[in-house]
Design a protein around this ligand. Structure first.
Ligand SMILES: Cc1cc2nc3c(=O)[nH]c(=O)nc-3n(C[C@H](O)[C@H](O)[C@H](O)COP(=O)(O)O)c2cc1C
Length: 169
């Protein structure tokens, strides 16, 4: 079952879960999920949004560009180390991550949530922008970008649904 929420009531929970990592799910060629540690909940153009940052090299990027949507899955009892390892270090190009998590049908978009990480935010991409390394402070570039070709693209997702997956049928 899904219990609908006002996502802003969970802003602190979602933000604190970022450092250990939440999941960014996509569903293009197939379902895929990657750990993200960068992101923010907010309002843009008067619309409730969640913004994510995805490097060019991620399998996830091709999926987002193809489908124009994503679903976020946030743990409520801490990150699972095995899910972090699989979704945070391995690529959907090489493995099927759907084999390692329990998928839950989405409500509004077409990208499933994950039972193990029950707080779910379904988004449709409103806007995407490649980062311009020339406008990022050198100290940050030095720390995060070794080559010119693996910068991040920022995706602003319009929140189209938010709920907690419960154990009840
Ligand atoms: C804690 C943590 C946070 C991460 N945050 C991000 C992020 O915000 N953006 C990003 O592009 N990669 C991030 N990564 C790396 C991706 O999760 C990782 O490269 C993943 O294997 C990509 O999967 P994919 O190729 O199937 O898309 C993070 C990894 C970890 C462990």
């Amino acid at each position: 079952m899904k219990e609908k929420i006002n996502v802003f009531d969970y802003a602190e929970t979602i933000s604190k879960a970022l450092r250990p990592g939440i999941l960014l799910n996509s569903n293009g060629e197939k379902f895929n999920s990657m750990v993200i540690g960068w992101g923010h909940l907010g309002v843009v153009w008067g619309i409730d949004t969640y913004c994510v940052y995805v490097r060019q090299s991620r399998y996830t990027k091709a999926q987002l560009d193809k489908t124009g949507e994503f679903t976020l899955s946030v743990p409520l009892n801490g990150a699972d180390p095995e899910i972090t390892r699989i979704c945070g270090t391995l690529s959907g190009r090489d493995i099927d991550k759907a084999d390692y998590v329990t998928l839950v049908e989405p409500e509004t978009n077409h990208t499933p949530g994950i039972k193990e990480y029950p707080l779910t935010i379904e988004c449709e991409i409103l806007y995407a922008q490649d980062q311009d390394l020339s406008r990022i402070p050198e100290s940050v570039v030095g720390r995060h970008y070794s080559g010119e070709d693996d910068f991040h693209t920022m995706y602003i997702g319009k929140i189209v649904d938010a709920y907690i997956i419960t154990d009840e049928e």
